[in-house]
Ligand binder design. Structure first.
Ligand code: AP5
Ligand code: MG
Length: 190
């Protein structure tokens, strides 16, 4: 069973590289951002709560996010494992994930950090905003997302180092090279 946490700032390539990892290892993909955007599109109550926060670059509260994640995990019928994309984003979420996996006799295999300089993140997301129109891909919201990342999410690097799970990947450059580095990191730990 492979449980991979793909980690990095907004625009670091978590979604892009998750697709390749899913294809190679046959994992289920849980992107909490995609889950929330689907709720927004469906106009649910959760979606309305999420939209107000996402549009301001803020995180959804831990308790809510953890219960969403737990229900997603319960729906997966024991495949090869899961790639967690965009979760955990706080220490409380990381601790909750550890407990949830332990209850299933599992653990995180590796935490893959994609490291990309901030000016490049900004360029990528502005460009994506122009093409896809994702509501939070505008300069003002991207800046807030980066502040939230640095304050609340970045400390998870140390947390996963202490767990012995952290793998550093240089996240700028060729997609194929980044993917090859990810595969090497996963294969050395599985
Ligand atoms: P989420 O959807 O997770 O957004 P994010 O973390 O801001 O990250 P992105 O999806 O924007 O970027 P990515 O790392 O997936 O990069 P991508 O592959 O797309 O979360 C959105 C919001 O939901 C949060 O702000 C929060 O409000 C809420 N939320 C979600 N999870 C939560 C949680 N656990 N707790 C609380 N709140 C939560 O790539 C970006 C662009 O760059 C693309 O256009 C891509 O083509 C391009 N690109 C990728 N790789 C490269 C490369 N090597 N070179 C050049 N371009 C590249
Ligand atoms: Mg993404």
């Amino acid at each position: 069973m492979l449980n991979i946490v793909i980690f990095g700032a907004p625009g670091s390539g978590k979604g892009t590289q998750s697709e390749r990892i899913v294809e190679k290892y046959g994992l289920d993909h849980i992107s909490t951002g995609d889950v929330l955007r689907a709720e927004i599109a469906a106009g649910t109550e959760l979606g309305m709560t999420a939209k107000a926060l996402i549009d301001h670059g803020q995180l959804i509260p831990d308790e809510l996010m953890i219960s969403i994640l737990a229900s997603k995990l319960d729906k997966l019928a024991g495949g090869n494992g899961v790639i967690f994309d965009g979760f955990p984003r706080t220490i409380a979420q990381a601790e909750a994930l550890k407990v949830m996996l332990a209850e299933r006799g599992q653990e995180v295999t590796a935490m893959i950090e994609l490291d990309v300089p901030e000016d490049e993140l900004m360029d990528r997301l502005i460009k994506r905003g122009q093409l896809s129109g994702r509501a939070d891909d505008n300069e003002e919201t991207i800046k807030k997302r980066l502040v939230v990342y640095n304050e609340q999410t970045s400390p998870l690097k140390e947390w996963y180092k202490n767990e012995g799970k952290h793998c550093y990947i240089q996240g700028s450059g060729e997609l194929d090279r980044i993917f090859a580095d990810i595969v090497a990191a996963i294969d050395s730990r599985k």
